[in-house]
Design a protein around this ligand. Structure first.
Ligand SMILES: *Cc1c(COP(=O)(O)O)cnc(C)c1O
Length: 453
């Protein structure tokens, strides 16, 4: 790599030692600052002469990094946190150092081979057939969109022209992730929502009924049925067997969104929840959520990759050299072209530690979740709202208003105790802890519960 000037080498060492220090020391939780504060404290950073690497690194370390919440902090419980292994995180640094390109086999065969090994492990956990394959994309949002584009291509292709000018319909549950509705908007497709049971679970019977209730013209427009394997808000796995059967009966593509929960496929204690996932036409899981890889990474798998390839391959004079033979080109399997090898941090860490370490780490987070649920059941001031299926705890602080939850959340973040934002369940504001970090302990949850007294 070129370095613009002679100071480059020493700077590289300084950046690398900062990276190692950051990885090895437990980070404070930190929090955002107003833009005026950052502008004042960072000063002018982009100038014609440059401020120099030492100064840029100082500003990053002293001003900017502390204005980013540490996602790997054991009491980061909001949204879906992440907890990359050191092997995965440092290998990501190495990939960047070499600027590995992984869009095509021609340019990145070694990287693509290794990414495919990691995909193969995931496909095996899901029980997908041998021919299954896919690609790592930036996240669940990109994964869902790419899978649904493949599904629509398949529907239109099979229609032999009859559907080319009609809007498709995606059937999904009310608890499906917002990215499914966003994909529909991007694709100009419609969404038919299926009611869930009392826990937010999408059932086969309700899916069948929702499709049966459609007028005949609309039923013919259904091209995909989406089930969620681990809803983001409460961690419930849909009835994959039943929903998959309903999709097949409707002649529709069956997509399973396991962006968060799919990681639990490697946990024997929860594997039973996923029965039926082996019928998926496509499936996603985000290694940056619960599989200990850094941002940004989503594993997207197809039962029949050739369909995705037909839907997504880009054609241009300058790209024709990539398609002279049957090479596996990751660019062809999603809505993208240039790409970094987003699956390599997962692959390196898996290869290093073995799949058993993954099983143990996921089981540990599940055990801590169960222990946390028991703490909540025993504490007089909080009430568990749902029994956890995966690693999300949803509970209320008895008697609190929406404002009290918000005030508490800001206060404990400012105090560096926990990053836990309120959510809602059936219209009621409540609290939600999402546990994906193997370093999170029962004591961390107990500490949060104490602050709620
Ligand atoms: C997080 C999540 C997504 C979106 O994933 P991003 O990586 O944030 O784009 C989609 N579906 C589910 C179920 C999720 O939990």
């Amino acid at each position: 790599m070129h370095s613009f000037d002679r100071r480059g080498k020493r700077l590289s060492w300084r950046i690398l030692s900062y990276a190692l220090r950051r990885m090895r020391t437990d980070p404070p939780l930190d929090h955002a600052e107003p833009v005026e504060t950052l502008r004042r404290r960072a000063g002018v950073t982009v100038t014609p002469e440059g401020i120099g690497g030492d100064e840029a690194l100082r500003i990053w370390q002293e001003v900017l990094a502390p204005a980013c919440i540490s996602v790997d902090h054991p009491r980061f419980f909001s949204y879906v946190p992440g907890a990359p292994s050191e092997a995965a995180g440092m290998f990501d640094v190495a990939i960047s150092a070499a600027n590995v390109y992984a869009g095509s086999w021609q340019e990145g065969a070694g990287a693509v081979f290794a990414e495919n090994e990691a995909l193969h492990w995931i496909a095996g956990l899901a029980g997908m057939p041998d021919g299954a394959g896919g690609v790592f994309v930036s996240g669940g949002t990109a994964g869902n969109l790419s899978a649904l584009i493949a599904a629509r291509w398949h529907w239109r292709h099979r229609g032999g022209g009859t559907h080319d000018r009609s809007r498709g319909i995606i059937v999904a549950s009310r608890a499906a992730h917002s990215s499914v509705a966003q994909a529909a908007r991007a694709m100009d497709a419609d969404v038919v929502l299926v009611d869930t049971d009392g826990r937010g679970r999408m059932e086969g019977a309700a899916t069948r009924a929702a499709i049966a209730a459609l007028p005949e013209d609309d039923a013919a427009r259904v091209f995909a049925v989406v089930a969620t394997a681990g809803t983001t808000n409460v961690g419930i796995v849909d009835d994959l067997e039943g929903v998959g059967a309903a999709a097949r009966e409707a002649g529709a593509w069956f997509h399973v969104d396991g962006a968060y929960g799919g990681a639990a496929l490697c946990a024997p204690s929860r594997r039973g929840l996923f029965a039926g996932i082996e019928h998926a036409d496509s499936f996603i899981v985000d290694p940056h959520k619960w599989l200990f890889a850094p941002f940004d990474s989503c594993a997207l798998l197809y039962r029949e990759p050739r369909i995705a390839r037909a839907a997504h391959t880009q054609h241009a004079e300058y790209l024709d050299a990539l398609h002279v033979n049957d090479d596996w080109n990751p660019s062809d399997y999603a809505h993208h072209l240039s790409r970094r090898p987003r699956g390599l941090p997962l692959w390196f860490s898996l290869a290093t530690h073995g799949t058993r370490a993954y099983t143990e780490a996921v089981e540990r987070t599940l055990a801590v979740t169960d222990a946390g649920a028991e703490l909540i059941r025993r504490a007089p001031h909080v009430e568990l709202i749902l029994e956890p299926e995966l690693s999300v705890l949803v509970f209320r602080r008895a008697g609190w208003t929406h404002e009290q939850y918000e005030e508490w959340s800001a206060r404990v973040l400012a105090a560096g105790i926990t990053f836990t934002v309120p959510t809602s369940w059936q219209g009621e504001t409540c609290l939600r802890l999402c546990i994906v970090n193997p370093e999170t302990t029962e004591a961390d949850i107990a500490l949060v519960l104490e602050t709620l007294e």
